[in-house]
Design a protein around this ligand. Structure first.
Ligand code: NAD
Length: 332
Protein backbone atom coordinates (compact mmCIF):
# COMPACT_ATOMS: atom_id res chain seq x y z
CA UNK A 1 0.00 0.00 0.00
CA UNK A 2 1.29 3.50 -0.85
CA UNK A 3 0.72 5.94 2.00
CA UNK A 4 -0.53 9.50 1.43
CA UNK A 5 -1.05 12.44 3.80
CA UNK A 6 -4.56 13.89 3.45
CA UNK A 7 -4.77 17.48 4.73
CA UNK A 8 -7.80 19.53 5.87
CA UNK A 9 -9.92 16.40 6.33
CA UNK A 10 -13.65 16.80 6.90
CA UNK A 11 -16.05 13.90 7.65
CA UNK A 12 -17.69 14.13 4.19
CA UNK A 13 -14.27 13.74 2.52
CA UNK A 14 -13.75 10.33 4.09
CA UNK A 15 -16.95 8.72 2.81
CA UNK A 16 -15.71 7.98 -0.73
CA UNK A 17 -11.96 8.00 -0.09
CA UNK A 18 -12.40 5.28 2.57
CA UNK A 19 -14.62 3.20 0.25
CA UNK A 20 -12.33 3.44 -2.77
CA UNK A 21 -8.72 3.79 -1.53
CA UNK A 22 -8.18 0.01 -1.23
CA UNK A 23 -9.08 -0.45 -4.91
CA UNK A 24 -6.22 1.90 -5.81
CA UNK A 25 -3.71 0.34 -3.36
CA UNK A 26 -3.56 3.53 -1.32
CA UNK A 27 -3.44 3.94 2.46
CA UNK A 28 -4.56 7.34 3.73
CA UNK A 29 -3.25 9.22 6.77
CA UNK A 30 -6.02 11.73 7.55
CA UNK A 31 -4.90 15.06 9.02
CA UNK A 32 -7.45 17.59 10.29
CA UNK A 33 -5.15 20.62 9.99
CA UNK A 34 -4.41 22.50 6.79
CA UNK A 35 -1.16 22.21 4.89
CA UNK A 36 1.34 24.97 5.58
CA UNK A 37 5.07 25.07 6.23
CA UNK A 38 4.56 24.07 9.89
CA UNK A 39 2.29 21.09 9.15
CA UNK A 40 4.35 19.71 6.25
CA UNK A 41 6.25 17.45 8.67
CA UNK A 42 3.01 15.55 9.36
CA UNK A 43 3.46 14.02 5.89
CA UNK A 44 6.60 12.24 7.04
CA UNK A 45 6.45 8.63 5.86
CA UNK A 46 4.12 9.51 2.97
CA UNK A 47 5.29 9.99 -0.65
CA UNK A 48 2.29 12.08 -1.60
CA UNK A 49 0.03 14.73 -0.05
CA UNK A 50 -3.63 15.46 -0.85
CA UNK A 51 -4.83 19.05 -0.38
CA UNK A 52 -7.93 21.21 -0.86
CA UNK A 53 -8.75 24.82 -1.77
CA UNK A 54 -7.54 26.51 1.42
CA UNK A 55 -4.34 24.53 1.94
CA UNK A 56 -1.43 26.73 0.99
CA UNK A 57 1.31 25.28 -1.18
CA UNK A 58 3.88 28.07 -1.32
CA UNK A 59 7.60 27.64 -2.01
CA UNK A 60 8.56 27.12 1.65
CA UNK A 61 5.82 24.54 2.20
CA UNK A 62 6.79 22.72 -1.01
CA UNK A 63 10.41 22.51 0.14
CA UNK A 64 9.31 21.30 3.60
CA UNK A 65 7.21 18.55 1.97
CA UNK A 66 10.15 17.53 -0.21
CA UNK A 67 12.44 17.35 2.85
CA UNK A 68 9.91 14.92 4.36
CA UNK A 69 10.04 12.65 1.31
CA UNK A 70 6.91 13.86 -0.50
CA UNK A 71 7.19 13.89 -4.29
CA UNK A 72 3.62 14.68 -5.31
CA UNK A 73 0.70 16.86 -4.27
CA UNK A 74 -2.77 15.93 -5.53
CA UNK A 75 -5.37 18.69 -5.27
CA UNK A 76 -8.87 17.36 -4.67
CA UNK A 77 -10.33 20.41 -6.44
CA UNK A 78 -10.23 22.11 -9.85
CA UNK A 79 -8.72 25.55 -9.14
CA UNK A 80 -5.07 25.77 -8.10
CA UNK A 81 -4.62 29.45 -7.27
CA UNK A 82 -3.41 28.32 -3.82
CA UNK A 83 -0.31 26.76 -5.40
CA UNK A 84 2.91 28.63 -6.20
CA UNK A 85 3.69 26.72 -9.39
CA UNK A 86 7.32 27.80 -9.66
CA UNK A 87 7.92 27.34 -5.91
CA UNK A 88 6.49 23.81 -6.15
CA UNK A 89 8.37 22.91 -9.34
CA UNK A 90 10.10 20.02 -7.54
CA UNK A 91 6.76 18.27 -6.93
CA UNK A 92 4.41 16.49 -9.33
CA UNK A 93 1.08 18.31 -9.13
CA UNK A 94 -2.36 17.00 -10.03
CA UNK A 95 -5.90 18.33 -9.82
CA UNK A 96 -9.47 17.19 -10.50
CA UNK A 97 -10.49 19.38 -13.42
CA UNK A 98 -14.16 18.39 -13.66
CA UNK A 99 -15.84 16.46 -10.87
CA UNK A 100 -19.31 17.91 -11.33
CA UNK A 101 -19.70 21.16 -13.24
CA UNK A 102 -23.47 20.72 -12.75
CA UNK A 103 -23.07 20.78 -8.95
CA UNK A 104 -21.39 24.20 -9.02
CA UNK A 105 -23.71 25.65 -11.67
CA UNK A 106 -26.80 24.42 -9.81
CA UNK A 107 -25.54 26.05 -6.60
CA UNK A 108 -25.02 29.32 -8.48
CA UNK A 109 -28.66 29.18 -9.59
CA UNK A 110 -29.74 28.21 -6.06
CA UNK A 111 -28.06 31.37 -4.74
CA UNK A 112 -29.76 33.48 -7.41
CA UNK A 113 -33.20 31.96 -6.86
CA UNK A 114 -32.96 32.22 -3.07
CA UNK A 115 -31.81 35.83 -3.14
CA UNK A 116 -34.39 36.82 -5.73
CA UNK A 117 -37.44 34.95 -4.39
CA UNK A 118 -36.36 35.23 -0.73
CA UNK A 119 -37.20 31.63 0.10
CA UNK A 120 -34.70 31.74 3.01
CA UNK A 121 -36.74 34.54 4.58
CA UNK A 122 -40.08 32.84 3.85
CA UNK A 123 -38.78 29.62 5.47
CA UNK A 124 -37.98 31.44 8.71
CA UNK A 125 -41.22 33.41 8.67
CA UNK A 126 -43.63 30.52 8.15
CA UNK A 127 -41.83 28.44 10.82
CA UNK A 128 -42.89 31.22 13.22
CA UNK A 129 -46.42 31.38 11.78
CA UNK A 130 -45.71 34.70 10.10
CA UNK A 131 -47.47 34.41 6.75
CA UNK A 132 -46.93 38.02 5.66
CA UNK A 133 -45.48 38.62 2.16
CA UNK A 134 -44.05 42.02 3.04
CA UNK A 135 -40.57 42.45 1.54
CA UNK A 136 -40.61 39.13 -0.34
CA UNK A 137 -41.22 40.48 -3.86
CA UNK A 138 -38.74 39.24 -6.47
CA UNK A 139 -38.53 39.55 -10.26
CA UNK A 140 -39.05 37.14 -13.18
CA UNK A 141 -35.81 35.61 -14.45
CA UNK A 142 -37.59 34.85 -17.71
CA UNK A 143 -36.58 37.49 -20.26
CA UNK A 144 -33.75 38.93 -18.12
CA UNK A 145 -30.11 39.04 -19.24
CA UNK A 146 -27.55 36.79 -17.56
CA UNK A 147 -23.90 37.77 -17.97
CA UNK A 148 -21.63 34.74 -17.65
CA UNK A 149 -17.94 35.43 -17.08
CA UNK A 150 -15.95 32.34 -18.00
CA UNK A 151 -17.66 29.75 -20.21
CA UNK A 152 -15.70 26.62 -19.39
CA UNK A 153 -17.31 23.53 -17.89
CA UNK A 154 -19.18 25.24 -15.03
CA UNK A 155 -19.99 28.37 -17.05
CA UNK A 156 -21.53 26.27 -19.82
CA UNK A 157 -23.60 24.29 -17.31
CA UNK A 158 -24.83 27.60 -15.89
CA UNK A 159 -25.63 28.87 -19.41
CA UNK A 160 -27.85 25.81 -19.99
CA UNK A 161 -29.71 26.43 -16.73
CA UNK A 162 -30.24 30.12 -17.57
CA UNK A 163 -31.48 29.25 -21.05
CA UNK A 164 -33.94 26.85 -19.43
CA UNK A 165 -35.28 29.77 -17.43
CA UNK A 166 -35.86 31.73 -20.65
CA UNK A 167 -33.02 34.18 -20.04
CA UNK A 168 -30.94 35.95 -22.67
CA UNK A 169 -27.30 34.92 -22.10
CA UNK A 170 -24.29 37.09 -22.87
CA UNK A 171 -20.73 36.14 -21.95
CA UNK A 172 -17.13 37.18 -21.64
CA UNK A 173 -14.26 34.71 -22.01
CA UNK A 174 -10.88 35.38 -23.65
CA UNK A 175 -11.19 31.86 -25.12
CA UNK A 176 -14.79 31.83 -26.41
CA UNK A 177 -16.52 28.56 -27.27
CA UNK A 178 -19.32 27.98 -29.76
CA UNK A 179 -22.35 27.80 -27.47
CA UNK A 180 -25.81 28.04 -29.01
CA UNK A 181 -27.70 31.10 -27.84
CA UNK A 182 -24.69 32.84 -26.25
CA UNK A 183 -23.44 36.21 -27.44
CA UNK A 184 -19.81 37.00 -26.48
CA UNK A 185 -18.72 40.56 -25.79
CA UNK A 186 -16.04 42.44 -23.79
CA UNK A 187 -16.28 42.25 -20.00
CA UNK A 188 -17.40 45.85 -19.60
CA UNK A 189 -20.26 45.32 -22.08
CA UNK A 190 -21.32 42.29 -20.06
CA UNK A 191 -21.27 44.59 -17.00
CA UNK A 192 -23.39 47.21 -18.79
CA UNK A 193 -26.04 44.86 -20.20
CA UNK A 194 -26.58 42.21 -17.51
CA UNK A 195 -29.35 41.92 -14.94
CA UNK A 196 -27.35 39.23 -13.20
CA UNK A 197 -23.63 38.49 -13.48
CA UNK A 198 -22.24 35.08 -12.56
CA UNK A 199 -18.49 34.44 -12.32
CA UNK A 200 -17.11 31.12 -13.60
CA UNK A 201 -13.47 31.84 -14.41
CA UNK A 202 -10.29 30.91 -12.51
CA UNK A 203 -8.45 33.27 -10.19
CA UNK A 204 -5.23 34.41 -11.86
CA UNK A 205 -3.22 37.64 -11.83
CA UNK A 206 -5.41 38.75 -14.80
CA UNK A 207 -8.72 38.06 -13.06
CA UNK A 208 -7.84 39.29 -9.54
CA UNK A 209 -10.47 41.94 -8.61
CA UNK A 210 -11.95 41.80 -12.13
CA UNK A 211 -15.13 43.16 -10.54
CA UNK A 212 -13.72 46.37 -9.06
CA UNK A 213 -15.13 49.86 -8.53
CA UNK A 214 -14.92 50.66 -12.25
CA UNK A 215 -16.77 47.48 -13.22
CA UNK A 216 -19.50 48.12 -10.62
CA UNK A 217 -19.90 51.72 -11.84
CA UNK A 218 -20.79 50.42 -15.33
CA UNK A 219 -23.44 47.95 -14.15
CA UNK A 220 -27.20 48.36 -14.25
CA UNK A 221 -28.74 49.62 -11.04
CA UNK A 222 -30.00 46.62 -9.02
CA UNK A 223 -27.77 44.04 -10.76
CA UNK A 224 -27.36 40.70 -8.96
CA UNK A 225 -23.83 39.32 -8.56
CA UNK A 226 -23.21 35.58 -8.11
CA UNK A 227 -19.74 34.23 -7.34
CA UNK A 228 -19.10 30.50 -7.02
CA UNK A 229 -15.55 30.68 -8.42
CA UNK A 230 -12.95 32.36 -6.21
CA UNK A 231 -13.43 35.22 -3.75
CA UNK A 232 -10.64 37.47 -4.99
CA UNK A 233 -12.31 37.82 -8.41
CA UNK A 234 -14.29 40.55 -6.62
CA UNK A 235 -12.97 43.53 -4.69
CA UNK A 236 -15.10 42.89 -1.59
CA UNK A 237 -14.91 46.44 -0.24
CA UNK A 238 -16.05 47.86 -3.59
CA UNK A 239 -18.86 45.28 -3.64
CA UNK A 240 -19.95 46.41 -0.17
CA UNK A 241 -19.98 50.04 -1.31
CA UNK A 242 -22.00 49.10 -4.40
CA UNK A 243 -24.50 47.22 -2.21
CA UNK A 244 -24.85 50.14 0.24
CA UNK A 245 -25.32 52.48 -2.72
CA UNK A 246 -28.06 50.27 -4.22
CA UNK A 247 -26.07 49.71 -7.41
CA UNK A 248 -25.90 46.01 -6.60
CA UNK A 249 -29.35 44.67 -5.73
CA UNK A 250 -28.19 41.30 -4.44
CA UNK A 251 -25.01 39.27 -4.00
CA UNK A 252 -24.80 35.50 -3.71
CA UNK A 253 -21.31 34.57 -2.59
CA UNK A 254 -20.10 31.00 -2.19
CA UNK A 255 -16.53 32.29 -1.96
CA UNK A 256 -14.89 35.27 -0.27
CA UNK A 257 -11.40 36.64 -0.75
CA UNK A 258 -10.44 36.21 2.92
CA UNK A 259 -12.39 32.96 3.39
CA UNK A 260 -9.32 30.99 4.44
CA UNK A 261 -9.71 32.20 8.06
CA UNK A 262 -13.35 31.15 8.42
CA UNK A 263 -14.84 28.92 5.74
CA UNK A 264 -15.30 25.22 6.52
CA UNK A 265 -14.96 25.92 10.27
CA UNK A 266 -17.52 26.57 13.03
CA UNK A 267 -16.39 29.92 14.47
CA UNK A 268 -19.82 30.78 15.86
CA UNK A 269 -18.43 31.39 19.35
CA UNK A 270 -15.63 33.67 18.15
CA UNK A 271 -15.45 37.35 17.21
CA UNK A 272 -15.06 37.69 13.42
CA UNK A 273 -12.03 39.89 12.88
CA UNK A 274 -13.05 40.91 9.36
CA UNK A 275 -15.23 44.01 9.15
CA UNK A 276 -15.94 43.61 5.43
CA UNK A 277 -17.25 40.07 5.87
CA UNK A 278 -19.33 41.17 8.88
CA UNK A 279 -20.81 44.07 6.92
CA UNK A 280 -21.59 41.84 3.95
CA UNK A 281 -23.25 39.26 6.20
CA UNK A 282 -25.36 41.94 7.85
CA UNK A 283 -26.93 43.11 4.56
CA UNK A 284 -30.41 41.70 3.86
CA UNK A 285 -29.62 41.20 0.17
CA UNK A 286 -26.37 39.27 0.62
CA UNK A 287 -26.35 35.49 0.86
CA UNK A 288 -23.07 33.83 1.80
CA UNK A 289 -22.48 30.08 1.65
CA UNK A 290 -19.27 28.51 2.84
CA UNK A 291 -17.61 27.36 -0.42
CA UNK A 292 -20.09 24.50 -0.73
CA UNK A 293 -21.02 24.66 -4.41
CA UNK A 294 -19.11 21.40 -5.02
CA UNK A 295 -20.87 19.55 -2.20
CA UNK A 296 -23.02 16.88 -3.83
CA UNK A 297 -22.82 13.09 -3.50
CA UNK A 298 -21.91 12.77 -7.15
CA UNK A 299 -19.13 15.35 -6.93
CA UNK A 300 -17.62 13.82 -3.76
CA UNK A 301 -17.44 10.41 -5.43
CA UNK A 302 -15.87 11.85 -8.59
CA UNK A 303 -13.34 13.84 -6.52
CA UNK A 304 -12.27 10.67 -4.68
CA UNK A 305 -12.07 8.57 -7.86
CA UNK A 306 -10.04 11.11 -9.82
CA UNK A 307 -7.72 11.99 -6.93
CA UNK A 308 -6.98 8.30 -6.26
CA UNK A 309 -6.42 7.75 -9.99
CA UNK A 310 -3.96 10.69 -10.05
CA UNK A 311 -2.11 9.27 -7.04
CA UNK A 312 -1.94 5.81 -8.63
CA UNK A 313 -0.48 7.37 -11.79
CA UNK A 314 2.18 9.07 -9.67
CA UNK A 315 3.10 5.88 -7.80
CA UNK A 316 3.17 3.82 -11.02
CA UNK A 317 5.04 6.48 -13.00
CA UNK A 318 2.30 6.58 -15.63
CA UNK A 319 0.97 9.80 -17.20
CA UNK A 320 -2.23 11.44 -15.95
CA UNK A 321 -4.16 13.91 -18.06
CA UNK A 322 -4.84 15.76 -14.80
CA UNK A 323 -1.23 16.73 -14.13
CA UNK A 324 -0.74 20.48 -13.64
CA UNK A 325 2.15 21.64 -15.77
CA UNK A 326 3.31 25.25 -15.41
CA UNK A 327 2.09 27.24 -18.43
CA UNK A 328 0.33 24.24 -19.99
CA UNK A 329 -3.12 25.03 -18.63
CA UNK A 330 -3.57 28.63 -19.69
CA UNK A 331 -7.33 28.12 -19.78
CA UNK A 332 -7.60 26.46 -16.36
P1 NAD B 1 -12.75 25.65 -16.71
O1 NAD B 1 -11.27 25.63 -16.76
O2 NAD B 1 -13.52 24.57 -17.42
O3 NAD B 1 -13.31 27.05 -17.27
C1 NAD B 1 -12.77 28.27 -16.91
C2 NAD B 1 -13.09 29.25 -18.03
O4 NAD B 1 -12.63 30.54 -17.63
C3 NAD B 1 -12.39 28.91 -19.36
O5 NAD B 1 -13.32 28.89 -20.41
C4 NAD B 1 -11.38 30.01 -19.53
O6 NAD B 1 -11.14 30.36 -20.88
C5 NAD B 1 -12.08 31.15 -18.79
N1 NAD B 1 -11.19 32.24 -18.44
C6 NAD B 1 -9.84 32.24 -18.28
N2 NAD B 1 -9.40 33.48 -18.03
C7 NAD B 1 -10.50 34.28 -18.04
C8 NAD B 1 -10.69 35.68 -17.89
N3 NAD B 1 -9.66 36.51 -17.69
N4 NAD B 1 -11.94 36.17 -17.97
C9 NAD B 1 -13.01 35.36 -18.21
N5 NAD B 1 -12.88 34.02 -18.39
C10 NAD B 1 -11.64 33.50 -18.30
O7 NAD B 1 -13.13 25.69 -15.16
P2 NAD B 1 -14.52 25.24 -14.51
O8 NAD B 1 -14.47 23.80 -14.20
O9 NAD B 1 -15.62 25.78 -15.34
O10 NAD B 1 -14.46 26.01 -13.11
C11 NAD B 1 -14.55 27.41 -13.05
C12 NAD B 1 -14.09 27.89 -11.70
O11 NAD B 1 -15.03 27.43 -10.72
C13 NAD B 1 -12.76 27.28 -11.23
O12 NAD B 1 -11.66 28.05 -11.67
C14 NAD B 1 -12.88 27.28 -9.74
O13 NAD B 1 -12.27 28.46 -9.26
C15 NAD B 1 -14.38 27.38 -9.48
N6 NAD B 1 -14.92 26.23 -8.74
C16 NAD B 1 -15.57 26.47 -7.57
C17 NAD B 1 -16.13 25.42 -6.87
C18 NAD B 1 -16.90 25.66 -5.58
O14 NAD B 1 -17.17 24.72 -4.82
N7 NAD B 1 -17.30 26.89 -5.28
C19 NAD B 1 -16.00 24.12 -7.34
C20 NAD B 1 -15.34 23.91 -8.55
C21 NAD B 1 -14.80 24.97 -9.26
Amino acid sequence: MDRVAFYDTKPYDKIWFDRLCGDYGIDIKYIEGRLCEDTAALANGCRAAVIFVNDKLDAKTAKALERNGVGCVALRCAGYNNVDLSGAAGLKLYRVPAYSPAAVAEHAMALLLTLNRKTHKAYNRTKEHNFSLKGLCGFDLNGKTAGVVGTGKVGQAFVRICRGFGMRVIAYDPYPSRIPGVEYMPLYDVCRQSDIISLHCPLTSDTHHMLDGRAFSMMRRGVYIINTSRGALIDSEELLDAIKDGKVGGAGLDVYEEEIDFFYEDVSDEVIDDDTLEMLLSQPNVLVTSHQAFLTKEALRAIAEDTLYNLRCFFDGTPSENEIKPGANAKA
